[in-house]
Design a protein around this ligand. Structure first.
Ligand code: PEP
Ligand code: MN
Length: 361
């Protein structure tokens, strides 16, 4: 259930509504209004609210409308917001603004290309890659400063120094910057430097981190990667944590799910792309690098992702993939990126408004 609060509601009417909700729900969780697109809303699990209580709520002076949303996720659902979300990132300290749009049903679209190294390794590597991916057509630079590595003996990233280098790369190229944040206490620091916060696969259900990203004081957009064994509902509920904490600027990123086959690093679930466009208004992008783990598969799966309706791609690019400190096997060169950008642009123009499932139904 989503309650839209009247913008002219008095403090008293608002307080009355909150008190009533606490009584009805038995204080099951704190009831906090959230601002979405300038409207104040309260989302809650309506299953505890019977007809009588629902009628009482509808009579409250603070209530504008009540929308019943059957899915467990509410604010991220298409039932709540039928039109796709447009997220504007960047535009800080020398960087360009970038628009990432859930473009189902639009007549033309330009997928957002995010590219860069898995990890920020040193100044020269990052600045060289940033200039090369920009020339190849990317609009956002990726690069991990804090790396979640499987082994404690692997390169862990440059930390704060990596954030400084990303800011320098933005000043040099104008590219917006995305980087991963791994812990709640680092959200504000990372948001100081990054245009978009990345929450990685291993942290998709790190609930304190999701809430901290939802509360980030600069309102930075968040790219939420799918957990390696997460169902689509779990993923959307993770996104719901961020949105219900007050940050509606969430981008979903499919990066493959783990299965039994050792040939590819993960299994790229492309069916989730048109399905998500049905279920949510959030933009959906695809990461063919982590999904496959093999650079020779990246161009084909990039084309397939855009044909499936992805709103963008995130790709690992390195000036010398074989010597990368992290994920070299799946990294491509900027030259290869250039072809992918050209090809995916053509595919996006060709499929135009035919994204999502509804046009088939
Ligand atoms: C990454 O983007 O470098 C990364 C660690 O990805 P994932 O969280 O999808 O494994
Ligand atoms: Mn990586």
């Amino acid at each position: 259930m989503i309650i839209n609060i009247r913008s002219q509601a008095s403090d008293e009417q608002r307080a009355q509504l909150l008190a009533l909700l606490c009584r009805i729900t038995g204080n099951a969780r704190p009831i906090t209004p959230t601002y979405i697109d300038g409207c104040e809303v309260i989302a809650l699990d309506g299953s505890q609210i019977d007809m009588q209580a629902g009628a009482l709520l509808a009579e409250q002076g603070a209530v504008e409308t009540i929308t019943r949303v059957k899915t467990p996720y509410k604010l991220v659902s298409r039932a709540f917001k039928p039109e796709g979300s447009t997220i504007i990132a960047g535009g800080i300290s020398g960087g360009n603004a970038v628009t990432i749009r859930s473009s189902v049903g639009s007549t033309s679209s330009s997928p957002v290309i995010i590219a860069g190294p898995c990890a920020v390794e040193n100044r020269e590597q990052l600045l060289t890659t940033a200039q090369a991916v920009k020339a190849a057509g990317a609009v956002v630079l990726r690069g991990g400063a804090f790396k979640p590595r499987t082994s404690p003996y692997q390169f862990q990233g440059l930390g704060i120094e990596g954030l400084h280098l990303l800011a320098e790369a933005r000043e040099l190229t104008g590219l917006a910057v995305i980087t991963e944040v791994m812990e709640p206490d680092m959200v504000e620091t990372v948001a100081e430097y990054a245009d978009i916060l990345q929450i990685g696969s291993r942290n998709m259900q790190n609930f304190p981190l999701l809430l901290a990203a939802g509360h980030n004081s600069r309102g930075r957009p968040v790219m939420l990667k799918r957990g390696m064994a997460a169902t689509i509902d779990e993923w959307l509920l993770a996104a719901e944590y961020i949105v219900s904490a007050g940050n509606p600027r969430v981008i979903l990123c499919e990066r493959g799910i783990r299965s039994f086959d050792q040939q590819t690093r993960n299994v790229l679930d492309l069916a989730c792309v048109p399905l998500l466009h049905e279920l949510t208004h959030l933009p959906v992008i695809v990461d063919p690098s982590h999904a496959t783990g093999r650079r020779e598969l990246v161009p084909t799966m990039s084309r397939a992702a855009i044909a499936a309706g992805a709103d963008g791609l995130i790709l690992e690019v390195h000036p010398d993939p074989n010597s990368a400190l992290c994920d070299g096997r799946q990294s491509i060169t900027a030259e290869q990126l250039r072809s992918i950008v050209r090809e995916t642009q053509l595919i996006a123009e060709m499929i135009g408004g035919k994204k999502g499932l509804s046009w088939v139904a």
